[in-house]
Write a protein that binds this ligand. Structure first.
Ligand code: GDP
Ligand code: GDP
Length: 467
């Protein structure tokens, strides 16, 4: 079962990212967010009514084939239509935001037409109602054809409750959030390929599905538009989660796949290991950072694949690989643990290495560390870098650690005054865990709580590797 996708669309400056942060912020506050998490996100989970959804600010998604120009920076005014197409293809509920202080433009009307024709559930939001213009503007909004808009002030949370109610109402009827979770077969690696349009995903999948692998059968996934393809490689069972239809696409029509970004994003929820493909020549884009952050947030395994290495050869290639690693270390410094593969899907170079790595990552995610080993590890770690941090008479200290789960590996640290721990200490402990026990290629969860505290999120601090 995947989380429903709720997409926010609208012209620049209407308040999309403010609204995004407002909806996500509630959960972050509960989880006691720590410095470093406030990166500009465009995908994140939000709790809306009884649902946890994947919320997307489509204004931050880069346009298909111009990788280094994000919509936000672009001067192209048609972007609300592009956003609408992305949302129509991949979202379950669409929140269409307009600014109450501005006249509706032809852009708004064009986008509204697209959205209406798609028959997707759309909620119209009139933002910036902090002055009394709403009543005057109300009738204009009806012209967009979505009925009564929600009057909102994203800046101060006015109207947020009503918006959440309206979203919940739309979500109630959706199969995606109610469907049964698939039976997860022990030992079967669930893998998803992600990446911007044109990085070579469908070429890669078709290359992988060449001679060496046996496709058992294609079964419809648990959700609309999703396909799960069980296959075997060297007797290792895998399931390809192909929510975006990339396997078939190579043969079928091109063009619309540009809009499947949100669909492929939602396959993250259903995968154990995500393969994020980047174009070797183009390097790391903002979009890649956004996607990798979401993978981290979902606590999945991750392999980075730099594709199209065939475009370089000899010394030039060596230098380019070196520079690519350097760029990754700089731009994705929050995931030093993700393995990197240089591949050519076109020439079938290093492609099976991805599957072998995926199996390794899968095993790492299931690894259990014996209690005694953890105890010894902790005493070494604490000696190496004693816990620090005081507030008045309160003094942060770590008393013990235990593993609380796998997939992702989860460790609970019993602490005195966890609330005053500096986030860098959490990062230190994670690095130490990794250097002693591995966990290559997987996110992990570290929880810091008081002794005996079963820990609701309110009391404990979940420190993630992206924090
Ligand atoms: P986006 O481009 O649609 O993502 O818009 P932003 O969220 O970046 O907001 C654009 C500007 O509008 C920012 O200066 C926000 O502070 C402001 N803004 C957002 N929501 C509101 C609101 O409810 N009232 C007012 N007065 N300003 C708002
Ligand atoms: P997708 O949109 O990510 O699925 O990308 P495609 O698989 O459709 O590939 C986009 C274009 O890149 C096509 O013209 C491919 O032939 C080309 N391509 C894919 N992989 C490689 C590669 O490894 N090397 C080179 N040179 N081109 C590639």
């Amino acid at each position: 079962m995947r989380a429903a996708v709720v997409a926010i669309v609208g012209r620049p400056n209407v308040g999309k990212s403010t609204l995004f942060n407002r909806l996500v912020g509630k959960r972050k506050a509960i989880e006691s967010s720590v410095p470093g998490t406030t990166r500009d996100r465009i995908y994140d989970n939000a709790v809306i009514g009884d649902f946890t959804v994947m919320l997307v600010d489509t204004g931050g998604i880069e346009s298909g084939h111009s990788p280094k120009v994000s919509y936000r920076k672009s001067s192209i005014e048609s972007n609300v239509q592009e956003q609408s197409k992305l949302a129509i293809d991949g979202a379950d509920v669409i929140v269409f935001v307009v600014d109450v202080r501005e006249e509706l433009t032809s852009e708004d009307f064009h986008a509204a037409d697209l959205l209406r024709r798609s028959k997707k559930p759309v909620i119209l939001v009139a933002n910036k109602c902090d002055n009394s213009r709403f009543e005057e503007a109300r009738f204009n909004f009806y012209e967009l054809g979505f009925g009564e808009p929600v009057a909102l002030t994203a800046l101060h949370s006015f109207g947020i409750d009503e918006l959440e109610d309206r979203i919940s109402e739309k979500l109630q009827g959706l199969e995606v959030v109610k469907g049964e979770a698939p039976e997860e077969e022990e030992g079967r690696v669930r893998i998803a390929f992600l990446g911007r349009p044109n990085v070579g995903k469908s070429t890669m999948i078709n290359a992988l599905f060449g001679k060496k692998m046996v496709v058992v059968s294609e079964v419809p996934g648990t959700t609309r538009d999703s396909t799960e393809i069980p296959f075997e490689y060297k007797e290792i069972p895998f399931t390809l989660i192909d929510t975006a239809g990339i396997r078939r696409r190579g043969k079928v029509e091109k063009g619309i796949e540009k809009y499947s970004i949100l669909r492929s994003m939602s396959s993250i929820d259903q995968a154990d290991v995500c393969v994020l493909m980047l174009d070797f020549e183009e390097g790391v884009t903002m979009q890649d950072c956004h996607v990798s952050q979401y993978i981290l947030e979902q606590k999945k395994g991750l392999i980075l694949v730099l594709n199209k290495i065939d475009q370089f050869s000899g010394k030039e290639r060596e230098v380019a690989e070196h520079m690519a690693i350097h760029e990754l270390q700089k731009k994705m410094d929050y995931l030093p643990w993700a393995p990197v593969v240089f591949s050519s899907a076109l020439e079938r170079k290093n492609i099976f290495q991805i599957l072998e790595l995926a199996k390794e990552v899968y095993d790492e995610r299931k690894k259990e560390i014996p209690e005694e080993d953890l105890r010894i590890w902790l005493s070494h770690a604490l000696k190496k870098h004693p816990p620090r941090g005081t507030r008045g008479k309160q003094r942060f200290n770590v008393l013990s650690v235990r593993q609380d789960g796998v997939q992702p590996p989860t460790f609970v640290f019993s602490c005195e005054w966890p609330e005053i721990m500096h986030f860098s200490y959490g990062r230190f402990l994670e690095n130490e865990l990794r250097s002693s026990f591995g966990f290559t290629g997987t996110s992990m969860r570290l929880i810091f709580r008081k002794p005996g505290d079963r820990g609701t999120h309110k009391k404990s601090r979940a420190v993630h590797s992206d924090d």
